[in-house]
Write a protein that binds this ligand. Structure first.
Ligand code: ZN
Length: 487
């Protein structure tokens, strides 16, 4: 009898942890979302405009929902899990094996455009994280890098299919006289990291598909790799969680996880000028800041680009804090503000897939999401190279304020003079960048608290042209000024 009871309880336990359901709760406001997050819910999507939030709920809690929420609906089972019959091939999405084959075959078919996949590091469970470099033999010298990634969250296969589609579009249209694909590959270098969380994605194939985090289960059930980046990591407990069992667990320290280290090192090595770090779902195009609901110094650029990129798919552009809720330690903020490079213009598209797995048996939906994201990718690749560096917005300030005065005189002939106010900041670095985002000169010196006047005598090796002066403090706060050098 005892044996039987034990057996029954084990079976119950196993089915309880493996089955989750997506539930759509109606009547949701910004305040409700904060409460849901504070209560530790796995919030899959929020739509404030339509007033709902999708929650991933363990199956065993489904019958208690009526006690918790006045108005809710259970979403179709295949929206929240990979169905058993699709465990091998992820349905119409691309499984890990299908991804590898696809990228290898693409490289073999277009040897002059696509390099074979290159391993850039290993995951927690020692799976390879690989990248694919794509560019044409046309054009010489510097071709600005643009970075694409997907599947940092293991349960978002719609993010990956969009990259596969874009890679196919670039290659198949290159020889067909399509000026856009040819222009992109002749003038830029496109990098893809299609599976940024290979352990979580691989785990999902036989296990129903709900692993969002990585597979470092030392403390709980994984680390949210998109809360583990080293800019404003752990800024507060709403934008990420210190609870190892929470879906937004940030890890023990910034960049504690091998997967985020691998991407960090690769991005640092290639120095992209722009990035698209894909997620699902909801139909948004997010840009920094993520950790607070405040504009960056480049708000006007993000806003202009965001609305241009979403002109056709009508995704909602904006900051996470405006549309969803603040998120800290995430990839965009680090790309833009948390590294020694010129700020990367980084976006997080949230593909408007039918939840996480909703298109697994539906080619029409797969085609739709690929179609509606392609234009954003094309637009970014065609416009980023012509963008002359970080902008200068008057009247926009971030706390604590690091401010850089206009360069005088402008144009500069021999000496540039500017003021730098850095209240409470330490370790302020000032560098001059060219319009491709490369450092051409480091202006060193003792930067004191309060206002400093800096005189920079321009050396002979710096050519005439347009440059960006950028100051960064040890917290990653930055300010920029554009100026011209005449010789
Ligand atoms: Zn995600």
């Amino acid at each position: 009898m005892k044996v039987l009871i034990t057996l029954v309880s084990i079976i119950t336990f196993v089915s309880a942890v493996s089955a989750d359901r997506l539930v759509r709760v109606h009547g949701v406001t910004t305040g409700t979302v904060q409460q849901l997050l504070a209560d530790g819910y796995d919030v899959a999507d929020v739509n404030i405009r339509l007033g709902y939030a999708d929650l991933m709920i363990p199956e065993r809690e489904v019958d208690q929902l009526s006690l918790l929420f006045a108005d809710y609906e259970l979403l179709p089972r295949e929206w929240g899990e990979l169905l058993p019959e699709n465990a091998k091939n992820a349905g119409y999405y691309y499984s890990p094996e299908e991804n590898w084959l696809f990228w290898c075959e693409l490289a073999a078919s277009y040897t002059d455009l696509v390099d074979t996949p290159v391993t850039i590091g290993q995951s927690y469970q020692s799976r390879d994280i690989y990248m694919i470099k794509m560019t044409s033999p046309v054009g010489s010298g510097y071709k600005p890098p643009i970075y694409f990634s997907s599947l940092i969250h293991g349960r978002e296969p719609g993010s990956n299919i969009v990259l596969i589609d874009f890679a196919m579009w670039l290659t198949s249209n290159y020889d067909g006289g399509d000026t856009m694909a040819a222009w992109i590959l002749d003038n830029t270098t496109v990098y893809f990291v299609p599976i940024a969380n290979p352990d979580g994605y691989a785990y999902n194939m036989p296990n129903g598909g709900n692993q969002r985090k990585n597979m470092n289960w030392t403390e709980g059930d994984g680390v949210d790799l998109n809360r583990n980046w080293g800019y404003m990591w752990g800024y507060d407990d709403t934008g990420s969680s210190g609870d190892p069992w929470n879906q937004t667990y940030r890890g023990t320290e910034a960049f504690s996880e091998p997967e985020t280290q691998v991407q960090r090192d690769f991005i640092t090595a290639i120095q992209p000028i722009a990035a698209m770090n894909y997620h699902t779902y909801g139909g948004y195009l997010l840009y920094p800041w993520g950790y607070i609901n405040s504009p960056t110094p480049d708000q006007s650029t993000f806003e202009a680009w965001g609305s241009a990129m979403t002109a056709y798919n009508e995704y909602q552009p904006g900051r996470a804090g405006q549309i969803l809720y603040p998120v800290n330690g995430e990839q965009n903020d680090w790309c833009y503000g948390g590294n020694d490079m010129q700020g990367i213009l980084a976006f997080t598209p949230e593909v408007a897939d039918n939840s996480f797995w909703g298109s697994q048996n539906d080619t029409t939906e797969i085609v739709r999401i690929c179609d509606e994201c392609r234009y954003m990718n094309i637009w970014l690749c065609m416009n980023a190279p012509g963008f002359v560096g970080v902008g200068e917005d008057e009247g926009v300030s971030i706390e604590p304020v690091l401010s850089l005065g206009a360069v005088y005189p402008n144009p500069v002939v021999s000496s540039a003079v500017f003021t730098l106010t850095a209240p409470g900041s330490t370790g302020v670095k000032v560098a001059v960048y060219d319009t491709s985002g490369r450092v051409v000169y480091n202006i060193t010196g003792e930067m004191l608290s309060g206002e400093n006047t800096v005189i920079w005598n321009i050396t002979d090796d710096i050519a005439a042209g347009v440059y960006i002066l950028r100051a960064t403090d040890s917290n990653g706060f930055a300010a920029s000024r554009r100026f011209t050098i005449l010789k």
